[in-house]
Design a protein around this ligand. Structure first.
Ligand code: HEM
Ligand SMILES: *[C@@H]1O[C@H](CO)[C@@H](O)[C@H](O)[C@H]1NC(C)=O
Ligand SMILES: *[C@@H]1O[C@H](CO)[C@@H](O)[C@H](O)[C@H]1NC(C)=O
Ligand SMILES: *[C@@H]1O[C@H](CO)[C@@H](O)[C@H](O)[C@H]1NC(C)=O
Ligand SMILES: *[C@@H]1O[C@H](CO)[C@@H](O)[C@H](O)[C@H]1NC(C)=O
Length: 324
């Protein structure tokens, strides 16, 4: 009895301190140590997005790749060294960019408070702020902070932990469950594919050689398939990109789900969400945009807390592209 009430008290106190959702992460971790940190990230992002409208998609995907490989520890930001091939140079890095923006923000933050703010936190905040620009900079989800930076980044970890666009539902579920995320999180977070682009090589098997007989994926909308064939030059086309949301890839909205129910999900991993009753029902629920925004905010908070390093684990990198 005594132990139980003690535990309840602890939970209440830590919730009061803002730490009950993300483990050891908390709201405005740098309030005292670097009060300007979050404003610097936001201001810098606003400046960069003006000239680079693709940044919200780039940074959102970068944050996802960071979190799924060794947790949200900034390991995606590390460069390859003579003795180690880093995550960012693994095959699934295809089209990642925006590393220079993170470096620019880090320099500005370091100039104010040196050695205090982690690269992992900067990336988590930057992804949120970039998506929020088109919502008058009203934060689209809460980002708890206090992550520390990892010292390890390998291409094999990226290959083994990132879900592939060819995954079926079973593979996707397993991938997300291995990060303690649910099927609900899987369907909600896949809605990020409402912004950005995909390379033909990520889906052209569905157009030209689905089962090895020169055939098309029967689960792909035939009209949309014909449209995609006017874009992609064939199975060997590795350079062309198409918008993932044919109704406008610049807007962060719930179109992903209305596109999906028309069998116009671009990747097999998108189409896979329609293949079980439970995930299909979530897709239908998320056609409602307000519902999608609310759920996305919650799932992003969970994704942003995957295997984070806190306390005295890891380090605060001086430069995001190299360990100290
Ligand atoms: C469910 C498993 C997922 C798979 C299999 C997957 C796969 C992919 C692939 C193959 C691309 C295109 C890469 C290219 O061809 O250039 C892509 C793009 C993208 N993904 Fe995912 N993804 C998944 C989940 C997520 C999640 C959870 C997020 C973020 C919350 C996300 C955000 C994005 C964004 C924003 C883009 C566009 C990037 C750009 O415009 O350059 N994805 N994804
Ligand atoms: C992605 O990896 C390839 C090697 O597989 C490398 O040549 C390329 O520069 C990397 N791209 C980025 C954006 O890091
Ligand atoms: C999903 O794909 C895996 C291979 O990645 C395969 O072993 C499994 O049988 C597939 N599951 C279903 C239900 O198709
Ligand atoms: C289609 O796939 C089959 C089986 O993998 C392969 O033998 C064939 O060469 C492929 N066709 C093309 C055009 O690549
Ligand atoms: C496409 O966008 C328009 C305007 O934003 C919207 O009314 C329509 O419902 C969207 N269609 C789909 C399939 O999402």
């Amino acid at each position: 009895m005594k132990t139980t009430s003690f535990l309840v008290a602890c939970v209440l106190v830590s919730c009061f301190l803002g730490a009950c959702h993300g483990g050891d992460l908390r709201k405005n971790f740098y309030r005292k140590s670097c009060p300007q940190a979050e404003t610097i990230v936001k201001t810098k992002i606003q400046e960069h997005v003006i000239t680079r409208p693709e940044l919200p998609a780039k940074l959102l995907r970068m944050h996802f790749h960071d979190c799924f490989v060794r947790g949200c520890d900034g390991s995606i930001l590390l460069d390859t060294t003579p003795t180690n091939t880093a995550e960012k140079d693994a095959f699934p890095n295809l089209s990642l960019s925006g590393f220079d923006v993170i470096d620019d923000i880090k320099s500005a933050v370091e100039a104010k408070c040196s050695g205090v703010v982690s690269c992992a936190d900067i990336l988590a905040l930057a992804a949120r702020d970039a998506v929020s620009v088109r919502f008058n900079n009203v934060p689209m989800w809460e980002v708890l902070t206090g992550r520390r930076d990892g010292r390890v980044s390998t291409d094999t970890d990226a290959l083994n932990n990132l879900p592939a666009p060819f995954f079926n539902f079973t593979d996707l579920k397993q991938s997300f469950e291995s990060k303690k995320l649910t099927v609900h999180d899987l369907v909600v977070l896949s809605g990020a594919h409402t912004i950005g682009v995909g390379h033909c090589s990520s889906f052209s098997n569905r157009l030209f050689n689905f089962t090895g007989k020169g055939d098309q994926d029967p689960s792909l909308n035939p009209t949309y398939a014909n449209f995609l064939k006017t874009k992609c030059q064939g199975l060997s086309d590795t350079t062309t990109t198409v918008e993932m949301d044919p109704n406008g890839s610049g807007k962060f909205d719930s179109d992903y789900y209305s596109i999906l129910v028309q069998n116009k999900g671009l990747f097999q991993s998108d189409a896979a969400l329609l293949t079980t009753k439970i995930s299909r029902n979530i897709v239908i629920e998320l056609l409602n945009q307000n519902k999608f925004f609310t759920e996305f905010a919650q799932s992003m908070k969970r994704m942003g807390a995957i295997e984070v390093l806190t306390g005295s684990a890891g380090e605060i990198r001086r430069k995001c592209s190299a360990i100290n």
